[in-house]
Design a protein around this ligand. Structure first.
Ligand code: GDP
Ligand code: MG
Length: 326
């Protein structure tokens, strides 16, 4: 580990928010040092309550997060927010009003807000999100809120990072149907019907409650909470249910799920690292004869790959850590 990275980690451990920000940027940029960073902080993770908030755009998720931050701060808890939503107030697509409301929290040293863009990133987003959440957790945040727009597979994978998943819906046209279609009802630990001031909120609540009762008995039954985030109504109930859900999780640990998560993490880190090393090494002269043969068409890529994989010495060279040019 370079002395610079060592110094940065030391500042992180001392609680310097700028060091936290720099380390998050390393993760976002997929810097080669990122594995070493997470390895170093890993033991300090597992303390914070990770709350995922998802739902259609415009449902009021960011407004709700703003209010939630205040509630948790009033309990004396340190709060981090990771927003993965290009249109979120956190990520710059904000209406002015949202930004003004956020400034209180921006100045509060007990609150850390970060957004990452979901644009342009491919398979790496859920891994980056997981690693950033680990940093936020190890830093000492007691509550970590992840906000995403519930649409694709990546967002579902990101919600899998959460201990407690909150699905936000609104009374507007067909919104609840959209939630069902996107498979969000299966991942919800708590449903929020936001914009309770709007017509039809009671009907949506009844629909969701019916849906909850159709779930097999046993296990956690998702609560349905009505809120009016913009008027700070009903949010205390959400805080209460989130805390109940966490107690439930503590009392009903799922060792199989935890083992699967850890194994998945191992596979992801190893395969990512192997791919990076092999790619670099093949581009910079590793397995030269084979690569040249493939380039000028004498050997087909499949035969070359098989030869390489069947030769332990060549493979060892290809994957040697010193091929890393960091
Ligand atoms: N009527 C009403 N509007 C709300 C409520 N909560 C949020 N909004 C408004 O809904 C709009 C979208 O909110 P936002 O938090 O950006 O939604 P997001 O895209 O889900 O993050 C904003 O104009 C909010 O002021 C509510 O409870 N009632
Ligand atoms: Mg938002």
């Amino acid at each position: 580990m370079s002395p610079r990275l060592e110094a940065l980690l030391k500042r992180f451990e001392e609680g310097d928010q700028r060091a936290l920000a720099r380390l998050i940027t390393l993760i976002e940029n997929r810097a080669p040092e990122r594995n070493a960073v997470i390895e170093r902080i890993y033991e300090k993770t597992g303390q914070g309550h990770i709350i995922g908030i998802t739902g259609p755009p415009g449902a009021g998720k960011s407004t709700l997060v703003n209010v939630l931050i205040g509630k948790y701060r009033a309990q004396g808890k340190r709060v981090a927010v990771l927003a993965i939503d290009p249109s979120s107030p956190f990520s710059g697509g904000a209406v002015l009003g949202d930004r003004v409301r956020m400034t209180d929290h921006y100045r509060d040293p007990g609150v850390y807000i970060r957004s990452i863009s979901s644009r342009g990133s491919h398979g790496g987003l859920s891994r980056a999100a997981r690693e950033i959440v680990k940093l936020l957790d190890a830093f000492g945040h007691e509550v970590i809120i992840i906000e995403t727009v519930g649409v694709g597979q990546t967002e579902l994978a990101i919600m899998d990072l959460a201990d407690t998943t909150v699905v936000v819906t609104v009374p507007e046209g067909g919104d609840a149907v959209q939630v069902m279609k996107a498979g969000l009802n299966e991942i919800a630990d708590i449903f929020v019907v936001n914009k309770a001031d709007r017509e039809g909120a009671d009907r949506i609540k009844a629909e969701l409650e019916l849906n909850v009762h159709l779930r097999p008995a046993g296990g956690w039954r998702p609560a349905v909470v009505m809120t009016q985030a913009s008027a700070d109504k009903g949010v205390d109930k959400l805080v209460e249910m989130a805390s109940k859900h966490r107690e439930y999780l503590d009392a009903h640990r799922d060792p199989v799920r935890e083992a699967n998560r850890r194994t998945h993490e191992l596979v992801e880190v190893v395969s990512g690292e192997l791919e990076q090393r092999a790619t670099r090494s093949l581009r910079t002269g590793g397995a030269e004869k084979l690569v040249v043969g493939v380039r000028d068409g004498r050997i087909n890529p499949y035969s070359a790959a098989r030869k390489l994989l069947e030769d332990p010495a060549a493979l060892g060279e290809l994957l040697a850590a010193n091929n890393n040019s960091d």
